[in-house]
Ligand binder design. Structure first.
Ligand code: NAD
Ligand code: 6OD
Length: 480
């Protein structure tokens, strides 16, 4: 159901089936919002800016944000089940990452807005009186939030929380693959007393559907998007009409760099997650590994062992450690790269196919896969696959590793594995990436700038950087 102006309404647009990726079975029908319903959602969000929400003090908004975090935690199991049914991800992941972070985002941005200041300048004027300049921070207005399917609640609240903290209202368009948690959050919004129209959800696909109706709507004052780079280009073009600000968190083909002196066990634990966590469907994941020649064989074999050790199955079962990919369509895409790698003569050191799973034959399963032996020009090494797979290339010198890492149109994230921290700092400065981890991966401090370089995005969110995007500074000059 769409959630517009505080009420659930059936969509009047296209209807399509929602699937459980673990088995492929149909779990429900999604009725997309049509253009009029998107218009109604934007209208409700616009009107809410002028209602009680627009008059609320920062402490009042902070209190509501904290209640949202508490509200998610109070219904943790419902959010967990909804996320698992939409994505098929194991509960070990959803219960440790998706749902806790979905709640934590509201607390973090409640904290952030509490210390948000502006600048002021006082100086004499030639007539001897002086002038005081001060900046005031205003919400931008109605923010369109367009989200992907890989970490649905986490990535949606990562944008909704700071947008609300700054006093905006939002219209969310979740991925058509994962509508459930955004919908459920509407109930929590009502329960904690968020005024109607502040949080709206419209469902549907992107091009020619709810996504495009929303981003092209003239009532939208800013657009924040997480998803593929190509979609980001379309959204940026839509935002150009009306000169609306955009924040784009896009795709990646992230390199990991392992040096001979790396701590083997810690590196294996880290790169095992970086390559395979969430079935490889993490934008920060490592699909290109560069490994110094002296440790190459050990790392390759260690990673292959990790790949072989995953347990597939029912995501609600605590023993399951890897789920399927999100959809039949995405599986076809991932498997097309698996076939291509074989065709190009890759050495497949683990996986490369589809696991045989009794009882889950209709699900969208792929094997975690490790390759070596392809040239850097191969699409396997150049293009974002977004599956549980990685290609390993040996290198000899630090300079060579930097050159290989940077030979990509993307620049989202990298991880560097070495016990020589001087080298860690040096390489961090030389690699084109918005986020560099040294001897860790996806270790998050939500106050830090998060975003990509090159084709991986525009802008930074996180901490004060989110506040900058979701508010506008206006200057006032007073002649004293
Ligand atoms: P996607 O770009 O296909 O879709 C994302 C969202 O955009 C969906 O809600 C979709 O319906 C909507 N959309 C598609 N076309 C649109 C259009 N023309 N106008 C308006 N909305 C439109 O991405 P996905 O397949 O859902 O997610 C996977 C991608 O997201 C990967 O490329 C991944 O790297 C990227 N991603 C990036 C980050 C990051 O922080 N940089 C985080 C997660 C995922
Ligand atoms: O941790 C986050 O805040 C974040 N935006 C993670 C993105 C993960 C991409 O798949």
């Amino acid at each position: 159901m769409n959630f517009i102006d505080g009420r659930y309404v059936a969509g009047r647009g296209e209807a399509f089936a929602n699937h459980f990726p673990t088995t492929g079975e149909v779990t429900g029908e999604i009725r997309a919002a049509d253009r009029d319903q998107v218009d109604a959602a934007v209208g409700a969000a616009k009107a809410a800016l002028k209602g009680p929400w627009g008059r609320m003090s920062v402490p009042e908004r902070m209190t509501l944000l904290r209640k949202l975090a508490d509200g998610i935690n109070a219904r943790f199991d419902e959010f967990l089940a909804a996320e698992i049914r939409d994505t098929g991800k194991p509960r070990s992941i959803a219960s440790h990452i998706d749902i806790p972070r979905g709640a934590a985002n509201f607390n973090v941005f409640a904290d952030q807005v509490s210390v948000l200041g502006t600048e002021s300048f006082a100086q004499p004027t030639p007539d001897g009186t002086g002038a005081l300049n001060y900046a005031v921070r205003m919400p931008r207005g109605v923010i369109a939030v367009i989200c992907p399917w890989n970490l649905p609640l986490l990535l949606m609240t990562w944008k909704v929380a700071p947008a609300l903290a700054c006093g905006n209202t939002v219209v969310v368009k979740p991925s058509e693959e994962t509508p459930a948690t955004a919908t459920l959050l509407g109930e929590v919004m009502n329960d904690v007393g968020i005024p109607a129209g502040v949080y709206n959800v419209v469902h549907g696909r992107g091009p020619g559907c709810a996504g495009e109706f929303l981003t092209s709507h003239s009532g939208v004052d800013g657009i924040t998007f997480t998803g593929e780079t190509r979609t980001g280009e379309a959204i940026m073009a839509a935002a150009a009409r009306g000169v609306r600000p955009v924040s784009l968190e896009l795709g990646g083909k992230n390199p990991g760099i392992v040096f001979d002196d790396a701590d083997f066990d810690k590196t294996m634990e880290g790169i095992g997650r970086a390559c395979f966590a969430n079935t490889g469907q993490v934008c920060l994941g490592t699909e290109r590994m560069y490994v110094q020649r002296g440790i190459f064989d050990r790392i390759a074999e260690g990673l292959a062992e990790k790949a072989r050790a995953f347990r597939f199955g029912d995501p609600f079962d605590k023993a399951t450690t890897m789920g399927p990919v999100i959809s039949e369509e995405h599986r076809s895409k991932v498997l097309s790269y698996y076939e291509r790698a074989k065709g190009e003569g890759a050495t497949v050191i683990a996986g490369g196919g589809v696991p045989e799973l009794q009882g889950f034959e209709g699900g969208y399963w792929v094997e975690p896969t490790v390759w070596t032996g392809l040239p850097e020009s191969s699409p396997i090494v150049q293009e974002e696959i977004f599956g549980p797979c990685t290609h390993l290339t040996p290198f000899d010198t630090e300079e060579e590793a930097i050159e290989l890492a940077n030979a990509s149109p993307y620049g989202l994230a990298t991880s560097i594995w070495t016990e020589n921290l001087t080298r860690g700092h040096r390489i961090a400065a030389a690699v084109d990436a918005g986020i560099t981890w040294v001897n860790c991966w996806f270790l998050r401090d939500l106050r830090t700038p998060f975003g990509g370089s090159k084709a991986s995005g525009i802008g930074r969110e996180g901490g004060v950087h989110s506040m900058e995007f979701y508010s506008e500074l206006r200057n006032v000059c007073i002649k004293l």
